[in-house]
Design a protein around this ligand. Structure first.
Ligand code: SF4
Length: 349
């Protein structure tokens, strides 16, 4: 199959089967309106490392509350971090704000329309720059995510393992990117990977690319892409201190900007390390050990966080959040798990 025929088959499939996503302008609507670069950027940042299902609610919340990049740039750090809570990878939320403010201050509130200029914005890496250039501005950029890598590995039966084979897969994807409708082409490959050429059970029988697909022909589609074995994740240990004052206020701190969960609200904790943690209570109190442990997995390690609980007098000074202002949904997932686990024990006190 020639590259033009390949692209034509894929676009015809996309015209009939494009997923309905809240940030997407579907092919039939594209004549009347163009995708909003703010929506494209926001959705692509949110979608890194997670799924459409997990992102949809957050996307709606953000765009209702901050309908433009200018509105987002004017939001407070605390409000944006709280709205992001639960979505993980919190450096993305900090960079989101930095980027929105740079678009407003350096580009008069309009996203630049080339990959090179987009790459100069905070938090925009090669993937996001290519996605915005292709989807919002219809540039022939090569957008590589896990779905696209899988489709390329199978189409060309590339058996060398990831991640070493990423550049070869990108070269293949770039060669297939057409000059006509490159934005829809990029979304079509991603949709194909998400709905037909899925990791475990590719539906080759209904795939628009079944004719040229080499992995299907050789019967190895489900085995690709191969992956180099991952190093096992280490386990780190820490202690989290949950304290409530007699007036119902909670002892909470904003974590330092740099580092894991940076800028997020959380319970005071010790350092997290592979050896047993040294206790480091945030203030003197009758801390008791309810023998409860939160388990959470980050990208590079597993965490076991044991809890210490205390009830404090109403006049205890410190970084307390009043009961009326405290929303567990403002906490990142690991901190919310600690809160959920501690609830029962604290209520028995
Ligand atoms: S034919 Fe099968 S393996 Fe090949 S691209 Fe389509 S779904 Fe994927």
């Amino acid at each position: 199959m020639r590259d033009e025929d390949f692209s034509r088959s894929l676009l015809a499939w996309y015209d009939a089967n494009a997923r309905d996503l809240p940030w997407r302008v579907r092919p039939a609507e594209r004549v009347a309106r163009i995708p909003d670069p703010y929506f494209v950027w926001l959705s692509e940042v949110m979608l890194q490392q997670t799924t459409v299902a997990a992102v949809t609610g957050y996307f709606r919340t953000f765009t209702e509350r901050w309908p433009s990049v200018t509105a987002l740039a004017g939001a407070s750090d605390a409000d944006v971090m709280a709205a992001w809570a639960g979505l993980g990878y919190y450096a993305r939320a900090r960079n989101l704000l930095k980027c929105a403010r740079a678009v407003v201050s350096d580009h008069a509130g309009r996203f630049p329309d080339t990959e090179a200029k987009l790459l100069r914005l905070p938090g925009i890496g090669p993937y996001t720059a290519a996605a915005i250039a292709a989807i919002a501005f219809d540039r022939p950029a090569t957008v590589m995510d896990g779905n696209v890598e899988r489709v390329m590995a199978r189409l060309f039966a590339i058996e060398a393992p990831l991640p070493a084979t990423k550049p070869a897969l990108k070269t293949r994807a770039a060669a297939l990117t057409p000059a006509h409708r490159p934005g829809d082409h990029a979304q079509a490959v991603m949709d194909l990977g998400a709905t037909i050429c899925t990791p475990r059970n590719p539906a080759c029988g209904i795939c628009p690319l079944r004719a040229p697909c080499k992995a299907r022909e050789r019967g190895i589609a489900a085995d690709l892409p191969r992956k180099s074995p991952k190093k096992p994740k280490p386990t780190r240990h820490g202690i989290a201190y949950l304290a409530r004052r007699a007036d119902g206020a909670w002892l909470l701190e904003t974590r330092p900007e740099k580092g894991l969960l940076g800028g997020m609200l959380g319970w005071p904790t010790t350092d997290w390390r592979e050896a047993a943690p040294d206790p480091a209570p945030p203030l003197p109190a009758d801390w008791h050990d309810p023998l409860l442990e939160v388990r959470h997995t980050f990208t590079h390690f597993h965490l076991r966080l044991s809890l210490r609980l205390a009830t404090l007098p109403a006049d205890m000074p410190g970084p307390f959040v009043a009961a009326k202002d405290f929303r567990p949904s403002d906490l990142p997932t690991v901190m919310r798990k600690a809160f959920d686990l501690a609830q029962g024990a604290l209520n028995q006190d």
